[in-house]
Ligand binder design. Structure first.
Ligand SMILES: Cc1ncc(COP(=O)(O)O)c(C=O)c1O
Length: 474
């Protein structure tokens, strides 16, 4: 057993779990969602039945029934002496069993591959005889790729030398390497809330504490609270997504950026700027340039601009940081494949052609999902972000978790609002990516529309005629 969660901690993580009857099933559902989202890690000891019953104001029999239900669904196992322990969950296809590929997976926001990618791969493949004569991977990144990445920063007004670039196996790997290097157990990291959950996980795994600074769809970053958070927490680092923030889709203004930069400087914090979504503008050619200073550590990836299957990302930092990251890397991996690096090098030179095509694809997805959701859920707050990969939808009842579990039983995999929170909340939010094939997105919205009245206790809002009208529009 790795860890335990106390009754108070579990109650806080559960949030508004009393969403259906019988109560024991509502409690079991709440715990299931925490396990599926990895907010309660596998091999965590749950509180004893009596303790949880007291904290939640339930009878012990109700908690016992919830634990029994969780045992039956394979989420926990209970042994005499060590109590109840969570079991590892397969995120894809868990819940009611369906075969891989049968479901609609809207947990990842992965756009389809850029259509020209196969051609670029074939060109690189034509040269594979010389490639296979080499080691085939390297720990820093090829000089050609690092130069191509550095050139793009320089063109943006951030003069960069290839020695300030480390090539990684995707953006997540870059987040992991950077946070591992900059954080120690007991240090604090500041994150936007809501934020990209795998960044939170990587940061928590270092033993650092996390604290959130809010960002909303309507008002963006709360600068007063951000400044206070820097003053109070003196975070070692702040992890930010200034362009098309995941999940809100918001982009910082020059004032936002200047405020974060000044607050970080005053607190001695390193800004870690994740630019994975930065080039996904839909409505304008390119968002405003923002100044975070030369000291900011920047993370990038081709995962959304070209294809998630191309595991190439990077870190831009000063030479000392890059050397530290290189020194720390071999204990987990030995480098990035040269084939993928050669493909990435060519792609970076083609970005001026690729990005407008991405904007068109993402724009079509966004407009389809916005139209379908607006027609089916007049009471929901459905934003139209200027770019990015998903909508941060405001529900008219705090039932995000219940909706996600119900949808899962129908084969539609989504992430509930609380998964994106740093310090709790967001039961009234749902992240809906608009990157899946059109048919799947239409079907997913139809499933949600069918389930929501039962989950929320609210009457269905769209009539059959209205639904047909939507089908005609989208
Ligand atoms: C903000 C952000 N950073 C990083 C990543 C991970 O990117 P990659 O697929 O390159 O590892 C994602 C993927 O969803 C993301 O949304």
């Amino acid at each position: 057993m790795d860890s335990r969660i106390g009754a108070r901690g579990l109650a806080a993580a559960l949030g508004g779990w009393r969403t259906r009857t019988p109560t024991y099933e509502a409690l079991a559902d709440g715990i299931r969602l925490l396990c599926l989202d990895n907010r309660v890690a596998a091999h965590t000891a749950l509180p004893a039945e009596r303790e949880l019953a007291t904290t939640l104001g339930l009878s012990r029999a109700t908690v016992a029934a919830a634990y029994r239900s969780l045992r039956e669904s394979g989420h926990i196992e209970s042994t005499r002496g060590s109590g109840s322990i969570t079991l590892p969950q397969v995120r894809r296809g868990a819940g009611r069993v369906f075969n891989d590929g049968d479901g609609i997976d809207l947990q990842q926001a992965s756009p389809a591959a850029w259509p020209g990618l196969a051609g670029v791969m074939a060109e690189v493949g034509a040269d594979s005889a010389s490639l296979v004569g080499r080691p085939g991977y390297d720990i820093v990144g090829s000089i050609e790729l690092r130069a191509a990445i550095a050139d793009r920063y320089t063109a943006r007004g951030i003069p960069t030398d290839p020695e300030e670039i480390l090539v990684t196996n995707g953006g997540q790997h870059a987040i992991h390497l950077v946070t591992d290097a900059l954080l120690r157990p007991g240090a604090t990291a500041l994150l936007e809330t809501p934020t990209y959950p795998h960044a939170t996980e990587a940061i928590k795994a270092t033993g650092a504490r996390v604290t959130g600074t809010p960002v909303t769809v309507d008002d963006g970053w709360d600068l007063d609270r951000a400044v206070q958070a820097f003053r109070r927490a003196r975070p070692a680092l702040a992890y930010l997504m200034p362009w098309f923030q995941n999940p809100t889709g918001r982009t910082m203004t020059a004032l936002d950026a200047a405020t974060f930069r000044a607050a970080a400087e005053a607190a001695g914090s390193v800004l870690v700027i994740d630019e994975t979504t930065a080039e996904l503008a839909i409505d304008s050619a390119a968002p405003e340039a923002l100044d975070f200073g030369h000291e900011a550590v920047r993370i990038g990836s081709l995962g959304k601009t070209v294809w998630g299957g191309l595991r190439v990302g990077w870190v831009r930092g000063d030479r000392a940081l890059i050397r530290r990251l290189v020194a720390a890397r071999p204990r987990r991996d030995l480098g990035t494949a040269e084939f993928e690096q050669a493909v990435a090098t060519r792609l970076l030179r083609m970005m001026p052609d690729i990005l407008p095509q991405r904007a068109e694809l993402l724009g079509q997805g966004r407009d389809l999902v916005v139209a379908a959701l607006r027609a089916s859920f007049p009471g929901w707050r459905i934003p139209v972000p200027g770019g990015g990969v998903s909508l941060w939808v405001g529900l008219d009842a705090p039932r995000s978790g219940s909706l996600v579990l119900a949808a899962r039983r129908e084969g539609v995999l989504l992430s509930a609002g609380p998964r994106f929170s740093v310090d709790g909340g967001y039961d009234s939010y749902l992240r809906v990516p608009f990157t899946a094939p059109s048919e799947q997105m239409r079907e997913a919205v139809a499933v949600l529309a069918r389930l929501w009245p039962g989950v929320s206790g609210r009457p269905a809002s769209a009539t059959v005629d209205e639904m047909e009208a939507v089908a005609a529009i989208v």
